[in-house]
Design a protein around this ligand. Structure first.
Ligand SMILES: O=P(O)(O)OC[C@H]1O[C@H](OP(=O)(O)OP(=O)(O)O)[C@H](O)[C@@H]1O
Ligand SMILES: O=c1cc[nH]c(=O)[nH]1
Ligand SMILES: [Mg+2]
Length: 211
């Protein structure tokens, strides 16, 4: 698994604003959208393209377009939904599938309450969106679904990760090609498996209420 922290002054600035406890939900949503647009520029660097003949007002030329099969973007509900808009703005041909997952805050078990993915992902490049990689349980379970459907390549975009979660994910993903793009790797998990210093519960901060 390849892990890349995307370093850029705008990402650092916006992430710092996002972390602040006083940042309200509407601002949190806008910052999330902007951060995903910046991260997706790097994360989509290996997306497949093909040549296309076009006519400009002056001449014909061979240009470039995103190739088929179309990339699939999969936000993990709830919090990943806050990243969808920024991603589809940047990757206009993308199709969208959904995974609804919640971690039981006592046992840390993952409950999958919604799954709307194509049955067959053979040859498809899948982008998974979830702002937080804490213990790694949620992302590992999402990758298991995508592997089962035969995805060719999986690129995960997260805002924050804990080192413990990255290690767990590394052990779990096995032989499939997985990339992980992040705005930052934080210090650790606390006793409730929240990322420290983190930004709190991303879903609650985006949508303003508890599950
Ligand atoms: O790495 P893990 O330990 O599995 O934790 C990370 C998960 O926790 C959060 O979702 P949550 O379960 O709070 O659901 P929500 O998005 O509905 O708030 C977050 O968005 C990840 O999906
Ligand atoms: O810090 C954390 C850990 C899990 N889920 C979150 O939203 N935040
Ligand atoms: Mg939550």
């Amino acid at each position: 698994m390849r892990v890349q922290v995307v370093e850029h002054p705008l990402i650092s600035h916006k992430l710092t604003q996002l972390r602040r406890v006083e940042t309200a939900s509407n601002q949190f949503r806008e910052l999330t959208r902007e951060l995903v647009m910046l991260l997706s520029y790097e994360a989509s660097g290996s997306i497949a393209t093909e040549p296309v003949e076009i006519q400009t007002p002056v001449a014909t030329m061979t240009g470039t377009q995103l190739a088929d099969p179309k990339p699939l973007v999969v936000p993990i509900l709830r919090a990943g939904l806050g990243m969808l808009d920024g991603m589809t703005a940047m990757v206009p041909t993308a199709e969208v599938g959904f995974l609804g997952m919640a971690r039981n805050e006592e046992t840390l078990d993952i409950i999958t309450y919604a799954e709307r993915l194509p049955d067959d992902l053979t040859g498809r490049h899948v982008f998974v969106l979830d702002p937080m990689l804490a213990t790694g349980g949620t992302l590992a379970e999402a990758i298991r679904f995508l592997k089962k459907a035969n995805a060719a390549k999986i690129t995960c975009i997260c805002l924050l990760a804990a080192p413990e979660g990255i290690e767990r994910l590394r052990e779990k993903v096995g032989d499939i090609e997985v990339e992980l793009y992040l705005a930052a790797i934080d210090e650790k998990l606390n006793e409730k498996s929240y990322i420290v210093p983190g930004l709190g519960d991303a879903g609650d901060r985006l949508y303003g209420l508890a599950q």
